[in-house]
Design a protein around this ligand. Structure first.
Ligand SMILES: Cc1ncc(C[n+]2csc(CCOP(=O)(O)OP(=O)(O)O)c2C)c(N)n1
Ligand SMILES: [Mg+2]
Length: 533
């Protein structure tokens, strides 16, 4: 068999891993790989800049459960991609980030556009390796397996420009890319199941490892058998259907005090795949925790005398199979809790204005149930994160590990490319939108009909509120309104301005059937956010 070039081997591996889009920004040092990817039938999507290309790779990975791939050139390309690599790692998305590098003969002494990738990526990637032809096969397998293994994240590969065309040893032999959690380890003295059986008012806190383990059906079964309310973390939204009678809200989003009160009043928290990377406020409750996760309780954000470590779905399945006893919570108590949460979420709502909560409500009502939502970071995220009703895993993409602004728009484009069968909507702030707005020209160029609703409040609201609380004026947190309708049209997108609930309803009517990208400038009054701080 003819030997593949290093570029072709890498392209072959990522294609075998189910990757159909590589998101990147071109440079001389990666031309060979772009060509090899094209040859494999992989579309190379050029984002407007490398950092957003990495967000796209993260979103594609999160929406599908398969690895995402991003590409940058050396020097300014690799420094620009850094933010998105960090985001993939802290958002626990399996991403392969590939950067070119100057030819190996100059790598050790040349200075123009040369930065040390090992040192650059070490703190923000699970692993940073160099792809050499002689060991390419092993290194690619190691990179893919490491990115996908618990806890998943980004792996960075540096490839010198002269390495791409060189024949590489090996052939495509894809390793399993599933969650790595075989046997169950039980730590702590005594029977962890007894801890659950002894609890009168337990609450389940389900997180992203539960989502990765596809533990939804087991969560539902346990919740129903034992009558236990389920709180989810923002990035795990959809792992437990949010129209279920035992759904009890989203941690650390709007109305957070009501959710924390539920956890404080419980006599046991069953943490099912909860990853403290999502913890926004400090862990403030003294309730005992039973830790069930793919990873031992290495964070120690909460103490947990018992740890059950393994596949979260399999463990919950086993727990449910052992369950005997009364329902711990009647459905009516959980419903009363949800009503309190809803009231807290609506606090500060003013009639006759376009409130942030109105935007979430109207968007959810206009969206077909199977819609994929992406958000950005800021006050709008905590409103959407709590009340957007998620019905399926991987249908809500919220950046909540690094919490990097500028994610919502590129994530929506990538989600639509990865799941063309689904309507996709992005709910973003005007600050975060400004960071990534020009990515919408990619949406129109590729014919990707995403809908972006911008919470236009003229403010970096989340930070302005903090300033206000500290008694300071809004230094550097106010923005002059941008005309988003004109901007949309300049990028061959549709643009609509809405400053009332009725206008927004009209703007979003039937968006699931749209064939062109749409930007909606939703002129919200931010006063309601004050009640959420
Ligand atoms: C890249 C990046 N820079 C800064 C921040 C800090 N930050 C968090 S929320 C926020 C304000 C976001 O403003 P906007 O996008 O308008 O959303 P809003 O809060 O107004 O809903 C800022 C600056 C961040 N999370 N990410
Ligand atoms: Mg804003």
């Amino acid at each position: 068999m003819a030997q593949l070039s290093t570029a072709a081997l890498l392209a072959g591996y990522v294609h075998a891993a189910g990757v159909r889009h590589v998101f990147g920004y071109p440079g001389e040092s990666v031309i060979d790989f772009m060509e090899a990817a094209r040859h494999q039938g992989i579309e190379v999507v050029s984002a407007v800049r490398e950092g957003t290309a990495a967000f796209m790779a993260e979103a594609a990975a999160t929406a599908t459960g398969r690895p995402g791939v991003c590409l940058s050139t050396l020097g300014p390309g690799s420094t620009a991609v850094l933010n998105g690599v960090a985001s993939a790692t802290l958002d626990r998305a399996p991403v392969l980030a590939v950067s070119g590098q100057i030819e190996s003969s100059r790598e050790q002494f040349f200075t123009h556009q040369v930065v040390d990738h090992d040192r650059l990526f070490a703190p923000v990637a699970k692993l940073a390796l160099r792809l050499d032809p002689a060991s390419a096969d092993t290194v690619i397998r190691k990179a893919l397996r490491t990115a996908a293994a618990e806890r998943p994240g980004a792996v960075h590969l540096t490839v010198t420009a002269d390495a791409w065309p060189v024949p590489a040893e090996g052939e495509v032999r894809l390793p399993p890319l599933t969650v790595a959690a075989g046997s169950v380890d039980v730590h702590g003295s005594g029977d962890p199941l007894r801890v659950l059986r002894d609890a009168r008012r337990p609450v389940i806190l389900a997180g992203i490892a539960a989502l990765r383990c596809a533990a939804g059906p087991d969560l539902v079964r346990l919740a129903e058998l034992a009558g236990i309310p389920v709180v989810v973390s923002p990035m795990a939204k959809g792992v437990f259907p949010e129209d279920h009678p035992y759904f009890a809200g989203v941690l650390d989003m709007a109305g957070y005090r009501v959710v924390w009160d539920l956890l404080a009043g419980a006599d046991l928290i069953l943490a099912a795949g909860y990853d403290p990377v999502e913890l926004i406020s400090p862990w403030s409750v003294a309730t005992p925790v039973l830790h069930v996760d793919t990873t031992p309780n290495t964070d120690q954000v909460y103490a947990s005398p018992h740890e059950v470590v393994g596949h979260v779905g399999a463990i919950l399945h086993w727990v449910a199979a052992q369950w005997a006893g009364e329902l711990r919570w009647p459905e009516s108590d959980v419903a009363a809790h949800r009503a309190r949460l809803r009231a807290a979420w609506l606090a500060g709502h003013a009639e006759g204005k376009l409130n942030p909560s109105d935007v979430v409500t109207i968007a959810r009502e206009a969206a077909p149930p199977e819609t994929i939502l992406t958000t950005d970071v800021g006050s709008h995220k905590i409103m959407a994160g709590q009340a957007w009703q998620a019905l399926e895993p991987r249908s809500v993409l919220i950046p909540n590990g690094l919490s990097a602004m500028g994610y919502g728009v590129p994530a929506a484009i990538a989600a639509k490319l990865a799941r063309p069968d689904r309507p996709v909507i992005a709910l973003v702030g005007d600050g975060g939108f400004a960071m990534a707005a020009t990515e919408m020209r990619i949406a129109s160029a590729l014919g990707v009909p995403v809908t972006v609703v911008v919470f236009a409040d003229g403010s970096l609201n989340r930070i302005e509120l903090r300033q206000q609380l500290m008694g300071y004026p809004p230094t550097a947190t106010r923005m002059h309104g941008m005309d988003l309708v004109t901007l949309a049209e300049a990028m061959d997108c549709d643009g609509i301005r809405a400053d009332s609930p009725a206008a927004l309803e009209k703007a979003l009517a039937g968006f699931g059937d749209r064939t062109r990208p749409l930007i909606v400038e939703a002129r919200v009054d931010p006063t309601q956010y004050e009640a959420q701080f």
